[in-house]
Design a protein around this ligand. Sequence first.
Ligand SMILES: Nc1ncnc2c1ncn2[C@@H]1O[C@H](COP(=O)(O)OP(=O)(O)OP(=O)(O)O)[C@@H](O)[C@H]1O
Length: 222
Amino acid sequence: MRGFLLDHVTVTRGDAHLLTEITADIPAGQCTAVVGASGAGKTTLLRLLNRLDDPSAGQVLLDDVPLPELDVLALRRRVGLVAQRPVLLTDDVATDLRVGRPELSDEAVDQLLKHVGLPAGFAQRRTSELSGGEAQRVCLARALAVEPEVLLLDEPTSALDGVTSAVIIDAARDHLAADGTVVLVSHDLAIVRGIAHTVLVLDHGHLTAEGRPDEIDYLEAG
Ligand SMILES: Nc1ncnc2c1ncn2[C@@H]1O[C@H](COP(=O)(O)OP(=O)(O)OP(=O)(O)O)[C@@H](O)[C@H]1O
């Protein structure tokens, strides 16, 4: 099957069970939303998909290939992550956008910035001087720069200004429209209902429900 398969995935850290025996499909070309209370294991699951972490037991496959069999840098070009807390890697915005794609032209940099709602001239800004929302949008633009197959979006709507949240959800929709895959971690259940094809519900590291949004009781609460 195309997409990810989590096959009996367990993640432990010391005595803590962050994820327990998760088996689930994350189909290509769809939006899979991961929901659940704070601390349920959503970020932990997302970080397995581009090998920022590896499972303690079980395995993750992409297009039927176990992730450790893929070159990790090649994997991260295919699977881009926009983390909950933006991490900027270099001193200025243009350099940051070129981290995964050094040959990116000035025009392409400006185009990417425009796409995430940042004005012309932003390319020269110091990364240390950005607001949280601006930093998040630069991280999104950097992820999009490498044209990944899969976008991993971690909680893009919490603690962000409304513009940034809308930009990130628009980018998710654009990515889906271009046949890309989106994995979205979100507390915003209205957004999840509107965009997700499949929902995974985590509770204390266990997968407690899986299905279309209209099949998921957890979403009714929101
Ligand atoms: N390295 C670690 N060692 C021990 N516990 C950890 C470690 N990393 C995360 N945890 C714990 O694992 C649990 C799951 O964390 P995770 O970040 O995946 O949750 P989450 O569902 O994304 O939460 P939130 O919605 O608040 O972002 C939390 O209780 C967290 O404190």
